[in-house]
Design a binder for this molecule. Structure first.
Ligand code: FAD
Length: 317
């Protein structure tokens, strides 16, 4: 029998450690429990929210008035070079098990908190890799069954997918990812050891960058066409040639140029180490974070004429 809890603080379920309570909160360990939770939300005409690792969200101080469903179907099944992974599986577990089976493809994700479902929803990425490169199929819940979508049907883009686009545009009660099929590369033992060494290096770099409670990078980087980025470089010659080559302006660079490292509103602070990250120094409210985000956006707009876009998602606002 599914346990439905009431008024559960969401602070403890997010890496920001910010947010009010969920009116109802359930943990769904398998398909049956997930369907029971969805049926209960539907019957009571309540909105639901699927929670993964809570590492890319800002929950409002008022919390979420519907049902928060923490998806916890954690498993990895490997056959040849494909892996079927439960959406509630921690990315770290997926990386460990696929590497252990001699498969490469997820190394870039080492150190990213959160679940495989959340990583597909966001098309998470780092160090030149991203989820869409390995996704073969995504199993979503449609009419109480699992429907397999092909990679091309997921509309993956820079830190986005059709699922994220739909949730950002305010649509309610969206598709739920239940499982993911990844296509990975068989590798020799030597290549696997090499990947493990790279992972250790990347984790060291991450530990110095992500220092404190956060939801990762607060803003997306800015992608521009070749002509637009050259135009930008003509105006702001400080932009490094590397970014011109990649046709991308890091949001952290724009914020740093506005001298905002260390800028604090209430308990929310722009990281001293990396200007793209907002830290909860301990007692930040969601309102503090929102005010700091608005301030940053205004400063960047005034200096560069560029509108930053949040990478983090707002829940319960
Ligand atoms: C220290 C730190 C470092 C980070 N580094 C990176 C990085 O390098 N690259 C990067 O891309 N991100 C990074 N992030 C952000 C975050 O970890 C990723 O975006 C991650 O993939 C989010 O997964 P999650 O399970 O935590 O999702 P959550 O935050 O729980 O949810 C995010 C969104 O996904 C939806 N969702 C989650 N699971 C499902 C599901 N099964 N079905 C449908 N929708 C679902 C939620 O409803 C929500 O809309 C970082 C975050 C932190 C805190």
């Amino acid at each position: 029998m599914l346990e439905i809890k009431e008024n559960i603080s969401l602070k403890d379920y997010t890496t920001f450690h910010i947010g009010g309570p969920a009116r109802y909160f359930v943990v769904a360990n398998d398909l049956e429990e997930l369907q029971e939770a969805l049926a209960s939300a539907k019957k009571n005409k309540l909105e639901f929210f699927i929670l993964g690792g809570g590492s890319n969200i800002l929950v409002s101080d008022q919390g979420f008035a519907g049902v928060v469903i923490k998806l916890n179907n954690s498993y990895v099944k490997i056959k040849n070079n494909t892996a079927e992974i439960g959406a509630g599986t921690a990315l770290s577990k997926a990386i460990g098990e696929t590497l252990g089976a001699g498969l490469l493809g997820l190394e870039w994700a080492a150190g990213i908190p959160g679940t495989v479902g959340g990583a597909v929803h966001n098309n998470a990425g780092a160090y030149g890799g991203e989820m869409s490169q390995s996704v073969k199929e995504v199993g979503v819940i449609r009419s109480e069954k699992i429907k397999r979508l092909k990679n091309k049907d997921c509309c993956f883009g820079y830190r986005t997918s059709f699922l994220k686009e739909a949730s950002s545009s305010g649509k309610k009660n969206l598709d739920i990812i239940f499982l993911v099929i990844l296509e990975l590369k068989k590798a020799a033992a030597e290549a696997i050891e090499q990947a493990k060494a790279t992972i250790r290096e990347n984790i060291k770099k991450r530990d110095s960058k992500f220092n404190g409670f956060s939801a990762g990078s607060a803003f997306k980087n800015i992608e521009l066409s070749e002509s637009k980025i050259k135009e930008f470089k003509n105006k702001f010659s400080e932009l490094s040639d590397q970014f011109v080559e990649y046709k991308k302006i890091p949001s952290a660079w724009l914020i740093d140029q506005c001298d905002l490292k260390g800028k604090t509103i209430g308990g929310a602070k722009v990281s001293e180490e990396h200007a793209g990250i907002i830290i909860n120094t301990g007692q930040a409210s969601a309102e503090d974070v929102i005010m700091l985000i608005s301030f940053i956006k205004q400063q960047v707009r005034d200096k560069f004429g560029i509108q930053l876009q949040e990478e983090i998602e707002y829940i319960g606002f």
